[in-house]
Design a protein around this ligand. Structure first.
Ligand SMILES: Cc1cc2nc3c(=O)[nH]c(=O)nc-3n(C[C@H](O)[C@H](O)[C@H](O)COP(=O)(O)O)c2cc1C
Length: 235
């Protein structure tokens, strides 16, 4: 079963890579492809749960691009289920398959291997990053988190956002918001556990002033930031 999933993933990844290359050749490529995620780590889910803890200090060591890709995939990635039909499913469950979750990566220059400093949208369909803002935004981001200055020192952060209107369209305003927030929780927890399995430290930050965060990161107005997850290595 596992080897079939890997085989399917390989076939789909090749087709995604071709799509990206095609986009490049057509001159409208703005995406950075991420390394193919592994579907088979060596740390048990029980060990990841038992060792997860909140960290508010990180070393200055950068994350690898493979780690960044793995974390984003864990939070909102896609799993190919059939190479012939191209069928896929998401890593996280979603009420009525409305998929309200959007992830954004925030990094400094060289804090995520060769990625330039900026804010990137994670594109699940291509397992790729699309830049939405230039420059190191970690300081203004930490100010938007009610001045929690340690956040600026985390090499990367992942914003877990929800587009409530997607869930509201099928579940109504009240349940739609509940489902959006709940699905953000699913994404958050997957990222925390995946980080532990990679030997990385994290913190979930909910102390956010939304308006300041929109300005700091140039997030699209339809995406409500629910939490951000800081990620780095032990100091
Ligand atoms: C929704 C949510 C919001 C949080 N917001 C913050 C925050 O703004 N700043 C912070 O330092 N920790 C934040 N935390 C982390 C909690 O303080 C932490 O999980 C708690 O103290 C328990 O410690 P542990 O995670 O090590 O078990 C948040 C956690 C959650 C789940």
């Amino acid at each position: 079963m596992r080897s079939r999933a890997l085989h399917v993933y390989t076939r789909i990844s090749v087709s995604c890579a071709l799509t990206l290359t095609l986009a490049c050749s057509l001159g409208h490529a703005t995406e950075t492809a991420l390394p193919r995620p592994t579907l088979d780590g060596s740390v048990s889910v029980e060990k990841a749960m038992a060792t997860r803890t909140t960290a508010r200090a990180y070393s200055t060591d950068p994350l690898t691009i493979a780690d960044v890709g793995q974390l984003l995939w864990a939070g909102n990635g896609i799993i190919p289920t059939d190479a012939v039909s191209g069928a896929t499913k998401r890593v996280i469950p979603s009420a009525r398959k409305t998929y309200p979750i959007e992830l954004y990566l925030v990094c400094g220059e060289g804090t995520a291997q060769h990625l330039a400093a900026g804010v990137y949208h994670y594109e699940p369909e291509h397992h790729a990053l699309r830049k939405i803002a230039d420059g190191d935004r970690r300081k203004p981001m930490s100010s938007a988190c009610k001045g929690q200055s340690w956040i600026a020192k985390a090499p990367v952060s992942v914003i877990v956002g929800a587009v409530f209107t997607r869930a509201e369209a099928t579940s109504g305003p009240e349940r739609g918001i509940n489902f959006g927030v709940m699905e953000a929780g699913n994404a958050n927890q997957n990222i925390l556990l995946q980080a532990r399995a990679l030997g990385l430290e994290t913190n979930t930050v909910g102390g956010i002033r939304d308006e300041d965060l929109y300005k700091a990161l140039q997030l699209p107005s339809e995406v409500r930031p629910i939490v951000l997850v800081t990620v780095g290595k032990k100091p």
